[in-house]
Design a protein around this ligand. Structure first.
Ligand code: GLP
Length: 251
């Protein structure tokens, strides 16, 4: 990886100060994120990296309401639960259709196949898709424990698409989307940290007080696998868009 743009020496290598935009509310967050996405599209972005969860919902609303046409573009999603079919309302396939693709189809939209019989082979197939479709702009959320996609604390920075056993805390945090915590899948297929870092540009979205500690650790803490999102300090083009609650612990 080329870190020549970096300007500040810190911890495990050269890092840059992350750009942080603090917004008043979720709708402002969606608008700010959409402006960056529209600019990337205007400048010729061909492939968008997309995320699920509540963080990007307002961005997708802005995309749906916009005049932008994605029908000649490609999207690649970060992750999918193992075992859920695309028709399952809790699957990330379903989420993306509901929030974006049914209104704004892309030429091709890729997500990992959570029902693949051979999960290892599926991870390999997904890595090839990512190699064939370099991501121009990656949208990210952040977990309360600092995870990105489902890359939990301890995931190596050179990881590529892999199967992840979800931590208890992530299962608990995501249980709100399921009828009961027992229904939350125990594992997922997810892009690795190296795949995410390969994107030309990254926007990370965060809302609410429950993200404040993770945001502080990501922006102001050391670069460490204990906080997977801290690796973004090493990326040359990251914008964090956070509401006041999520940004409340920043200096
Ligand atoms: C899940 C997803 C992540 C997401 C995170 C935060 O773990 N795999 O991609 O960033 O949840 O979700 P939310 O945006 O709902 O807070």
């Amino acid at each position: 990886m080329d870190y020549t743009n970096m300007s500040k020496q810190k911890n495990q290598g050269v890092v840059i100060k992350m750009k942080v935009i603090v917004v008043k509310n979720a709708s402002e967050l969606g608008k700010q994120a959409f402006d960056l996405l529209a600019k990337a599209v205007d400048e010729g972005a061909k492939t968008l990296g997309l995320a699920t969860g509540s963080s990007p919902v307002e961005l997708y609303q802005e995309m749906v309401a916009s005049q932008l046409d994605f029908s000649q573009m490609t999207s690649v999603n970060l992750d999918e639960y193992v075992g859920l079919s695309p028709e399952n309302p809790q699957s990330y396939h379903y989420f993306m259709n509901q929030h974006l693709f049914q209104y704004k189809p892309f030429k091709r939209s890729y997500l990992p196949d959570g029902q693949a019989k051979d999960i290892q082979a599926e991870c390999g197939r997904y890595n090839q898709i990512l190699a064939d479709n370099p991501v121009d702009l990656q949208v990210l959320g952040i977990g309360q424990n600092g995870h990105i996609a489902f890359n939990e604390p301890g995931t190596p920075f050179d990881s590529v698409t892999h199967e992840v056993a979800l931590t208890e805390s992530t299962i608990k945090a995501n249980a709100r989307f399921f009828d009961s915590i027992d229904e939350v899948p125990k594992s997922a297929i997810c892009m690795g940290i190296a795949n995410i870092m390969a994107a030309k540009e990254i926007i990370l979205l965060a809302k609410g007080e429950s993200k404040a500690k993770a945001i502080k650790a990501m922006v102001e803490g050391p670069v460490t696998t204990d906080v997977p999102a801290s690796v973004l300090q090493k990326h040359p083009n990251v914008t964090v868009i956070a509401d006041q609650a999520a940004a409340s612990l920043l200096k």
